[in-house]
Design a protein around this ligand. Structure first.
Ligand SMILES: [Zn+2]
Length: 123
């Protein structure tokens, strides 16, 4: 993965984060009390710096929450330099896979194995 590809994935992660937060903002408009604490972000980087309070977390759906957490994790790994490496086997995750799921931390082999694992272990 070169620098340009990494930048593209980061932009994609930030864009998705922005989308989720935009939905959250729409919900907030019906709630004045929380709405007042929301400063209107202008660009993607602003959206990236919004940290979520417990109140905001409660307004998110389970899926949105999971997505946000995965995105923030991925952004953290980018900063640390571990992004794009499978957390299970340590092999690099192919760029094509990252393009599809930019927040993944598993290569397709491990991801499939883990899925099967959960399947067989679920009673
Ligand atoms: Zn792997």
């Amino acid at each position: 993965m070169n620098q340009k590809q990494k930048e593209a994935l980061k932009a994609q992660l930030l864009e998705t984060r922005k989308e989720i937060l935009s939905r959250l903002q729409a919900k907030l408009q019906t709630d004045d009390q929380i709405g007042q604490h929301w400063s209107d972000p202008r660009d993607v980087e602003d959206w990236a710096s919004i940290s979520l309070t417990e109140e905001l977390f409660r307004l998110l759906s389970r899926t949105e929450l999971q997505e946000l957490q995965q995105i923030d994790e991925a952004l953290r790994r980018m900063k640390e330099g571990t992004y794009g490496t499978c957390r299970r086997c340590g092999n690099p995750i192919p760029y094509a896979r990252l393009e599809m799921i930019p927040w993944t931390d598993l290569c397709h082999v491990c991801s499939r194995e883990l899925e099967q694992h959960t399947f067989t272990e679920t009673p």
